[in-house]
Design a protein around this ligand. Structure first.
Ligand SMILES: Cc1cc2nc3c(=O)[nH]c(=O)nc-3n(C[C@H](O)[C@H](O)[C@H](O)COP(=O)(O)O)c2cc1C
Ligand code: SF4
Length: 490
């Protein structure tokens, strides 16, 4: 986990919960229109990957249990985890890149309808990502993965002051490289090779010398459109285009995108593919389907997007006709920590990762609502441009008063509760009924995120070891944790 230099341990703030009457009169519990949907309240559970799909990307019983449990709390909207748009193996992450995934996704829609009594609107977040390989063993990297070029021959020749290396065979070069010390690597390997060795090979949208990367603008609109069409067919109320964090579409939006084919460079070019994807999705899914986007208020990395980029994108997304803008922050590969050998780099281990899921070990500003001022700027820019597209604020929001203040102050239209909903999916019902004091409050210390990083089934430390004697419960693969929180006994 990334840490500030002199971190301050913040406490979960004391809070006063509203009575049922106060909740009923609050903005948070007023309905709001999002595209074609009427949400019963301005509460939102953002996407969270729980690592419960099959290796082939199908919905499992554990997925159904998970989303049913969230639905029982009756948030206004629930966004299903990042779900892959392509028909390619991607481990136990949900997929929607082929019709064979439809039966499972239909079941998921049904359990949420049943669980919430039809109250919670259900969206699915659709994502594309590029290849990320595990960090290799050094020997294997030099013996097998590194593509040997004359650049290496010349570098070794310079390093050793021995000219015969310029004509050395590939195997001689490989053999030599396995012998040299890590301090010498930068003199022989270029920046990308060094990164592949130290972090694992990772594709970028700027690798246009690779045909499939050059072709992304040709193929992605159709792939996203196919996924959105399936989401509609499965019965979802809408889709959220995942244009945030470390993944393909966020990389197109990034100020680091220097593609020279009209899809990189200035902001107008960087937003071009995201808008083309949106239009293709709209065309396929129809005007009566709700289509929104998640994107970043700030990438937090050096040379990355800042709030001025985000306000520009927000206005362009609203102008194009998107139905909501859900704002996140950070979560990038560029500043991630080095993974262990055999593990893949995880985009939530650097400062940008901290900003995405802030913890109570923080700077003076603390972890609560630290993205809200940026969300307010995006909303202001969108509204000033003449659009009323609802904006969702998320990040360290766990109490009613925080949420209500955000809405009353006009910083956002809807409030997202990710980890707080994971800690207690009944938050919404408890607060609505005036029983807020029964809320199990998230401590924002990221046990759940550590499980996500380890690709383990995500649970919360506040409930995963409670009431383990209940014969009904389903355990995690480690046999020690329950997979969903116990029912709320009023
Ligand atoms: C376990 C876990 C999985 C997550 N998976 C996703 C995801 O699939 N897509 C996404 O956009 N954000 C994902 N997030 C980020 C959350 O949606 C949210 O933005 C972040 O946790 C900050 O909000 P919070 O403070 O309310 O938790 C995930 C967060 C957690 C803790
Ligand atoms: S594990 Fe910790 S950070 Fe995650 S939801 Fe539970 S209390 Fe919150």
């Amino acid at each position: 986990m990334w840490k500030f230099a002199n971190p301050i341990r913040h406490q979960i703030p004391e809070t006063r919960w509203p009575s049922a009457a106060e909740a009923a009169g609050s903005l948070l519990f007023q309905p709001i229109t999002v595209g074609q949907l009427q949400l019963s309240s301005r509460t939102w559970v953002p996407a969270m990957v729980p690592w419960r799909a099959t290796e082939e990307g199908f919905v499992t019983e554990a997925n159904l249990d998970w989303y049913r449990r969230f639905a029982q709390g009756k948030p206004g909207a629930l966004v299903v985890e990042a779900t892959g748009v392509r028909d390619i193996p991607s481990g136990p992450l949900l997929r929607i890149g082929h019709d064979r995934f439809l039966p499972g996704l239909r079941k998921l829609v049904n359990v949420v309808r049943e669980g919430s009594g039809g109250e919670t609107k259900l969206l699915i977040q659709i994502i594309d990502f590029l290849a990320v390989r595990r960090r290799p063993e050094e020997r294997k990297f030099f013996e097998r993965f590194l593509k040997i070029t004359d650049h290496h021959r010349e570098a070794i020749s310079r390093l050793t002051a021995e000219s015969h290396w310029t004509t050395a065979s590939e195997s001689e070069i490989r053999e030599y490289l396995t012998q040299i010390s890590p301090e010498t690597w930068p003199q022989v390997l270029d920046e990308r090779e060094l990164e592949s060795l130290q972090f694992g090979y990772r594709e970028r949208v700027t690798d246009t010398e690779l045909q499939h990367i050059a072709d992304l603008p040709l193929v992605l609109p159709g792939i996203f459109a196919g996924a959105a069409g399936r989401a509609r067919e499965a019965g979802f109320d809408g889709v959220e285009l995942h244009f945030a964090h470390a993944y393909t579409m966020a990389s197109f939006l990034s100020a680091r995108n220097t593609r020279s084919d009209g899809y990189g460079g200035p902001r107008e070019n960087r937003v071009r593919l995201p808008l083309e994807v949106y239009r293709a999705v709209r065309e396929r899914a129809g005007n009566d389907f709700t289509i929104g986007v998640r994107f970043l208020a700030d990438e937090v990395i050096e040379r990355g997007n800042r709030i001025n980029d985000a306000t520009y994108f927000g206005v362009e997304f609203a102008r194009a006709g998107m139905d909501f803008l859900s704002i996140s922050k950070g979560g990038k590969f560029e500043d991630a920590q080095q993974p262990k050998v055999g593990q893949a780099v995880y985009p939530y281990t650097g400062k940008s990762g901290y900003e995405c899921m802030p913890t109570t070990l923080s700077d003076a500003a603390g972890p609560f609502g630290r993205t809200v001022p940026l969300v307010a700027e995006i909303k202001k820019a969108v509204n000033t441009a003449g659009f009323t597209t609802p904006v969702v604020a998320t990040g360290g929001i766990g109490t009613f008063s925080q949420a209500e203040e955000i809405l009353q102050g006009g910083a956002a239209d809807i409030v997202g509760f990710a980890r707080q909903a994971l800690a207690d999916p009944d938050w919404f019902e408890k607060v609505r009924l005036g029983l807020g004091s029964a809320v199990r409050r998230c401590t924002y210390t990221n046990y759940c995120e550590a499980l996500d990083q380890a690709h383990k089934q995500v649970t919360c430390k506040l409930w995963d070891r409670t009431e383990l004697d209940d014969p009904e419960i389903v355990f995690a693969e480690d046999g020690r944790r329950r997979l969903i929180p116990p029912p709320w006994r009023r």
